[in-house]
Each structure stands twice: as C-alpha cells, then as structure tokens.
Design a protein around this ligand. Structure first.
Ligand code: FPP
Length: 230
C-alpha cells in the first residue's frame, strides 16, 4: 500500500493524513474484492523496517491501528470478512496487540474474504521464524521439505497469491511475501495508495487475466496449491 506519504505531501498535509486516507482505500478495496468474489487479500501495512521512520510517523501509524479497528471492524465482520494479522507481534505495544486480537476474535467465524494484514512483517523474518519453529518441532534435513516448511509460514492459512499489486510507482517487492510470491503475477502501478479504488483493482485484474501462467511448465496451467486450513 505504497504512496501514502507522497499523496499527503502533494496536499501539504502531514504524512499520517496520507496513512489515514490509506485506511479508507483499504476498506474500499476489501469491499471491492468481496463484490468480485475474491477470497483472500493480503496487505502490507507495516514492515519490519518501518520502525526506522520518524517517531511521530511510527506512533501515528500505531494509533491508526486502534482507530481503524474500532471504526471499521464491526461492519467488515457483518460483511463476512475474516481478519488475520501476520508478523512479529512481540515488538508492538500491548494496546496494539489487544486491538489486533479483538479484530481477529470478532471476525473468526467469517469465510467470505480473509484479509491478512502484514504488520511488523518482513518476508525474510517469515522464512526464519518458520525454520526456527520447524526445527523446534524436530524437523530435520530429511523432513524439512518445501511442503513441510510452508505449514510454518505466517500465511499458511492462505493459498499463494495469484496477483501481487504494488502501488506508488516503485518497481520492487521490498521484502513482502518472498516465499509465497514465487509464482505470483506482479503488477506495478503509479497510482498512490490513497487513490486506489475499484477501477484501479479492475485494471489490475484485467492485466492479470491477460497473463499466461506456466508455473515452470511449457503450457499455461492452474496451480494445485490449496490452503492448509481455513
Ligand atoms: C507506505 O507508504 C505505506 C505504509 C508504510 C503504511 C501503510 C499503512 C496503511 C495504509 C494504514 C493501514 C493501517 C491499518 C490499521 C491496517 P509510504 O508512507 O512509504 O508512502 P511514500 O512512499 O509516498 O512516502
């Protein structure tokens, strides 16, 4: 969800205002996905590296979590959205942790769309935490297969993403879903995240529909991967 800061700068507003509008864009996008029958949406809300930002921005983002959960979760729950948080929760404050716990608990019986919010997340962190937990469970060089390790990844509840969208014009994936995006179709747009809407989503879906996916084979094929558990 890149481009919040630039969106705010262009309007001579503080960066946190851009993040606030980013939450509105997220809610809009979740609804557009539900309307289109998309069952899994994963968003990068705060990376392991975002702690390096000015203290004012970091604390603004943390406060925004509390506001966003209290303002939007009840309605999203009614609409069939399940919220799951992926990332290292140990470093966030007790208040933020409690807010995420509340969002997960309030939506846990929903199945229409699973919204995974990556928060204090990094793709490399995810691979390392999965390896650590697998080793702690006794997996060895004989048993540590791709399928076995996948079960320990933070997104084991979701299938690998078909489409990976980055807004804001940068052409890189910045440590997001390194393991899971192995065969994702990448889509980059100059649209700044607060401007993202159903029309932008439809443009990304149209681009995706025009791609030929081969998964290493010579002919287009569908992947056989399914989520481990709902
Ligand atoms: C990147 O834009 C965006 C972020 C670091 C934060 C994204 C967070 C939100 C949209 C809010 C989500 C909050 C919840 C509660 C889910 P940037 O700041 O790097 O923008 P820039 O590249 O224009 O500076």
């Amino acid at each position: 969800m890149d481009g919040n800061g630039r969106w705010a700068n262009r309007r001579k507003r503080p960066r946190v205002f851009g993040h606030e509008q980013g939450v509105e864009a997220l809610v809009r996008t979740v609804r557009a996905c539900v309307e289109r029958g998309i069952e899994y949406l994963t968003v990068f809300a705060f990376s392991s590296e975002n702690w390096k930002r000015p203290e004012e921005e970091v604390s603004g983002l943390m406060s925004l979590v509390l506001v966003a959960v209290s303002r939007h979760v009840a309605k999203l729950a009614e609409e069939g959205v399940r919220i799951r948080i992926v990332g290292d929760r140990t470093a966030v404050s007790e208040k933020v942790r409690a807010s995420w716990d509340k969002a997960e608990a309030a939506t846990r019986d929903n199945h229409r769309l699973v919204l995974s919010v990556a928060f204090n997340y990094g793709g490399r962190w995810d691979i390392v935490q999965a390896c650590r937990r697998a080793v702690a469970d006794g997996l060895t060089s004989d048993t540590l297969t791709e399928a076995a390790l996948s079960r320990y990844m933070a997104l084991s509840h979701a299938p690998d993403p078909d489409l990976f969208i980055r807004t804001g014009g940068e052409l890189r994936i910045s440590n997001f879903l390194l393991w899971q995006a192995a065969y994702s179709e990448l889509y980059f747009t100059d649209c700044l995240w607060p401007d993202f809407d159903a029309a932008q989503l439809d443009a990304a879906l149209a681009a995706f529909a025009a791609r030929e996916r081969r998964f290493g084979d010579v002919q287009a094929a569908a992947p056989a991967s399914a989520p481990e558990e709902a």
